[in-house]
Ligand binder design. Structure first.
Ligand code: HEM
Length: 225
């Protein structure tokens, strides 16, 4: 039986741009907020940059939110789990609770378990940005002043980021999809054996290149000679 590897574009350039600007921006905001809280640094410098990067983040988040309405893996529907995701969600939970000893399931673009968490993250990020921009306004939401809410949301986002980075490293380590490099170049690998399963894992055929494992082996043998 022959195993085929499909090399498929799953993340558009715009989505990757939004992802990395948001990722770099959130990491900078965590570091600069920590610096502002420590009085032995130039607080004004860090506060200025915190506000500048906050505005960059706002633009990147608006781009990502606009992409929710464009077709493809950035669309809001692809972030809502459906019935067919349930077995994969269960398998993901088994993967985590067994400390990555249980095999990873197959998925196309977003990890099935993380789909709704990404949507939730967009809401948290929007809330954090708005409470940051309007921090001097004398409003209270659910008993919280806007700076207190800003700080609470920032702490939840920090926990998300830690869990997300650990998760994507684990997926990349244990899976065969090259998940992290896919977020850089857009393409993921899919290992499929159509002869065996008759299934194609809902990978769009027009965007894929078929490569047989034998041909890759021959190529690397040639290169190593
Ligand atoms: C630090 C802040 C970060 C934030 C806020 C963040 C946010 C997100 C979001 C929202 C998605 C879903 C894609 C989308 O629909 O837009 C995503 C996916 C992804 N991110 Fe990040 N990310 C961060 C950092 C990172 C880092 C440092 C890496 C790599 C080392 C990374 C690798 C990935 C990968 C591989 C996916 C696809 C995961 C999947 O299969 O569901 N992210 N990230």
């Amino acid at each position: 039986m022959q195993e085929n590897i499909r090399y498929v574009l799953v993340w558009s350039g715009w989505l990757r741009l939004a992802h990395w600007v948001i990722a770099a921006g959130v990491l900078f905001q965590i570091v600069s907020a920590w610096a502002i809280a420590h009085q032995n640094v130039d607080v004004l410098f860090w506060r200025d940059w915190h506000m500048i990067i906050g505005q960059v983040l706002l633009i990147a988040l608006m781009l990502r939110l606009a992409l929710l309405f464009f077709p493809g893996s950035s669309h809001w529907r692809s972030l809502i789990p459906n019935r067919s995701d349930i077995p994969n969600i269960v398998q993901m939970i088994k993967f985590y609770v067994t400390f990555a000893r249980f095999p990873l399931p197959n998925w196309y673009a977003h990890n099935p378990l993380w789909k709704p968490l990404y949507l939730l993250l967009f809401v948290l990020l929007a809330g954090c940005l708005l409470t940051g921009i309007f921090q001097d306004a004398p409003y209270r939401i659910a008993g919280f002043s806007l700076p207190a809410l800003h700080s609470l949301l920032a702490q939840i986002i920090t926990l998300f980021v830690i869990a997300h980075v650990i998760a994507v490293f684990l997926h990349d380590l244990k899976g065969k999809g090259a998940f992290i490099s896919a977020m850089i170049n857009g393409y993921r690998y899919f290992h499929v054996s159509d002869q065996e399963t008759g299934r194609t894992d809902s990978v769009p055929k027009d965007s894929s290149i078929y490569i047989s494992v034998e041909s890759i082996k021959k190529q690397s043998d040639k290169n190593s000679k």
